[in-house]
Design a protein around this ligand. Structure first.
Ligand code: ADP
Ligand code: ADP
Length: 224
């Protein structure tokens, strides 16, 4: 069986994290979400967190030289030998090039770049209603995916909070940054033959079924 080295692309709020959680369950892959890693660093008050917080609060990207090492160290780690799911990285062309270099050094290659697409208006609705649990960053939506107990996580009981950068002013900035800095990756991965597109406006289960079917096809093709 081939290793699965997957990246998830798409605007903030398209449902990357929601789909990643399902893929990780399906294929038992390690999951590296740069946003989660950076938020944990902010909570810990580490040097990485201090640098990252400024940029995150402003809705801007953390500089490439800060984030690349953080990800590459994990991709290179012992639990990623059979593959990984990267969510939120790469977000710029230099990040994609750094990943490419790191993966080829290991004698491996990316399996696919999974693009989850959703228009700006939908993304704004989703980010405005997103709530995450304060303990493990489990994700909910006040309207589309409410918890059983209002305000508390179904999985670990911790209080739900709104991310600072899910406030309206920052959402607008993040979308602008996505269109300017991250969308060039769509062409980059298309040219490399790695891009697979998914309609993120469908129900989470439908998006998931579609991604799973695509991965099954990729595996079949690689076995031929
Ligand atoms: P979303 O899930 O809404 O797409 P993330 O949780 O992935 O957002 O990211 C939150 C913030 O963390 C970003 O707005 C950015 O400031 C920072 N960040 C996350 N990943 C990266 C990255 N690959 N490069 C630079 N900054 C990043
Ligand atoms: P991303 O990781 O791309 O920023 P998330 O997975 O955190 O996106 O999803 C953003 C918000 O939208 C969350 O509140 C989540 O519950 C909700 N959501 C995710 N997928 C869907 C979907 N297919 N339909 C409706 N809401 C969704």
């Amino acid at each position: 069986m081939i290793e699965l080295n997957l990246i998830l692309l798409g605007p903030p709020g398209a449902g990357k994290g929601t789909q990643a959680a399902r893929l990780v369950d399906d294929f038992e892959l390690p999951y590296f979400a740069t946003g989660d890693i950076l938020r944990a660093a902010v909570t810990d008050g580490s040097e990485l967190g201090t640098v990252a917080k400024r940029h995150m609060d402003a809705g801007e990207l953390v500089p490439d030289e800060v984030i690349c090492g953080v990800v590459i160290e994990r991709v290179d780690g012992p639990n990623a030998r059979d593959g990984f799911v990267l969510d939120g990285f790469p977000r710029t062309i230099p990040q994609a090039e750094a990943l490419e270099e790191a993966v080829s050094k290991l004698g491996r290659r990316l399996t696919a770049a999974l693009l989850v697409e959703a228009p700006d208006a939908e993304v704004i609705r989703r980010l405005s209603g997103r709530r995450i649990c304060s303990k493990n960053q489990h994700t909910y939506h006040v309207e589309f995916d409410p918890p059983k107990n209002e305000g508390f996580c179904d999985q670990d009981g911790s209080p739900l909070i709104q991310r600072d950068d899910d406030k309206p002013e920052t959402i607008a900035k993040r979308l602008e940054v996505y269109h300017a800095q991250t969308t060039p990756l769509i062409e980059y991965y298309d040219t490399a033959g790695l891009l697979r597109r998914f309609d993120g406006t469908r129900l989470p289960t439908e998006v998931h079924d579609h991604i799973r079917a695509t991965i099954a096809t990729l595996r079949l093709e690689s076995d031929l």
